[in-house]
Design a protein around this ligand. Structure first.
Ligand SMILES: [Fe+2]
Length: 445
């Protein structure tokens, strides 16, 4: 089969320009409702406050979302005059570190809300007449997809800010589904062989997911589900954080220096282990995937369990490869966009779902919950695929390539369906714990 035949047909490619505009408008609207929900949930003093030096004030995220939308959709695609050229610099993420953002002369909450609404009106005008075919930014509405994903990524960042914020709970959502299948085997065998990694067919895929290329992966066993709190607790209780041999040198130094002895937001009480989630403190739920662990903690657990973290190609093969056809799917369950039956995404539930809650989202090989619930650390450094070409600008991904960042896959309960797919790549520092990240383990077959 040729490379194109190895990659699943993409439903977006069949849409007419008019249908694609409606798809983009709906995705943009969903993102905006999310941003509004997260910023309307707190009062103005909370919006301008920095809840953690790791994060921006929420009001910065809000205006930054508008600023990026203005730059790419209104000015670049639309060719319209700037609304607020005076504030470009304030909301350039590369000009000011998060810790320094509260000291900037930022737009206040009312101004920021008015600004993003005005930009959105103009962006929708541009969408009305934008060509949906062509090169680069306009092809299949790429710029609209990119800006939607950007806003949804900030919605997840804002959700992480909410998790770091003290005080009474202000976010509410129904619980996720319970386990809906028979108990699952611990591991799944992924047979040796080539598969198509990355994409050349997904119109809204970002530069770092491209191009599609064939990768040969040796046989390996992968955990059927992410590692649960109960399993992780065994590592904690058996003294895993005190035993040097499970840790890399850097990881060991880091936990010593910062006194880390359990996942972030966990606390040991006389009654057992408790965790705090968006202002609610509750017993650590046994069957939920563990979250708020760093790459170092994930790797140490894997060593303790006699396993290792999967590489990025291993993760993607388990998520996309269909042995019946030899093709790579868009998602573990097939090519259709994620629905509520497939995965815990989109902040519908403000927590990971217990393992076994999404049997309809499993991959052809029988791996569960690869999409949604928690981002999964892989052992791979972030880098460009063979033939990588930066688009639309180097700062999107390329400047982050290298050993400083580890790749995470699959999205979390805080990620919207627009901002994750089988090929989607996230990256972060291996010490990060405030993100909604867990992991699963692998071992050689
Ligand atoms: Fe951004």
């Amino acid at each position: 089969m040729s490379m194109t035949e190895l990659e699943s047909a993409n439903p977006l490619l069949d849409l007419t320009a008019e249908q694609l505009r409606a798809y983009a408008a709906a995705a943009m609207d969903r993102a905006r409702r999310r941003s509004r929900g997260l910023t309307d949930a707190v009062d103005d003093s909370d919006l301008v406050r920095q809840h953690s030096r790791l994060m921006s004030p929420l009001v910065w995220d809000l205006a930054h979302i508008g600023s990026q939308e203005e730059l790419w959709l209104v000015r670049d695609v639309g060719g319209r005059p700037p609304l607020r050229p005076d504030i470009d610099e304030l909301y350039d993420a590369f000009k000011h570190a998060r810790a320094d953002r509260p000291a900037l002369p930022l737009l206040g909450p009312a101004e920021a809300r008015a600004y993003v609404a005005e930009v959105r009106g103009k962006a929708l005008d541009v969408l009305d007449t934008a060509p949906m075919r062509g090169q680069g930014l306009t092809d299949h509405g790429f710029a609209f997809g990119m800006i939607t994903q950007h806003e949804q990524q900030h919605a997840e960042t804002m959700l992480a800010t909410h998790q770091l914020r003290g005080g009474e709970p202000v976010l509410h959502a129904p619980p996720p589904p319970e386990r809906r299948c028979a108990p699952l085997p611990e591991e799944v065998l992924v047979p040796a062989g080539e598969f198509l990694m990355g994409t050349s067919a997904e119109p809204w895929a970002l530069d770092n997911e491209r191009p599609a290329h064939v990768v040969d992966v040796g046989a390996f066993l992968l955990d059927t589900t992410p590692v649960t709190n109960a399993a992780y607790l065994e590592f904690v209780e058996s003294g895993g954080y005190a035993e040097r041999r499970w840790w890399s040198t850097v990881g060991w130094e880091h936990i010593q220096q910062h006194g880390i002895t359990a996942p972030r937001f966990w606390r040991r009480e006389a009654t057992g282990w408790w965790r705090t989630r968006f202002g609610v403190t509750e017993p650590v739920p046994a069957h939920e995937p563990v979250a708020h662990v760093s790459y170092h903690e994930a790797a140490a657990y894997a060593a303790w369990a006699g396993k290792r973290l999967p590489t990025e190609p291993e993760w993607e093969k388990a998520a996309r490869f269909d042995p019946a056809t030899g093709r790579s799917r868009r998602f573990p369950w097939g090519d259709e966009d994620p629905g509520p039956e497939h995965a815990n995404l989109g902040q519908r539930h403000l927590r990971p779902a217990p393992v076994g809650a999404y049997p309809r989202g499993s991959s052809p090989l029988g791996v569960h919950q690869l999409i949604g619930d928690v981002w999964e650390w892989t052992s791979s450094d972030f880098g460009g695929y063979p033939g990588f070409s930066a688009f639309p600008y180097r700062e999107y991904s390329e400047v982050f390539f290298g050993a400083a960042h580890k790749v995470l896959r699959g999205g979390s309960f805080g990620t919207d369906a627009a901002a994750v797919r089988g090929t989607f790549r996230n990256w972060d520092y291996p010490i990060r714990r405030q993100i909604f990240a867990g992991f699963r383990c692998a071992r050689d077959a």
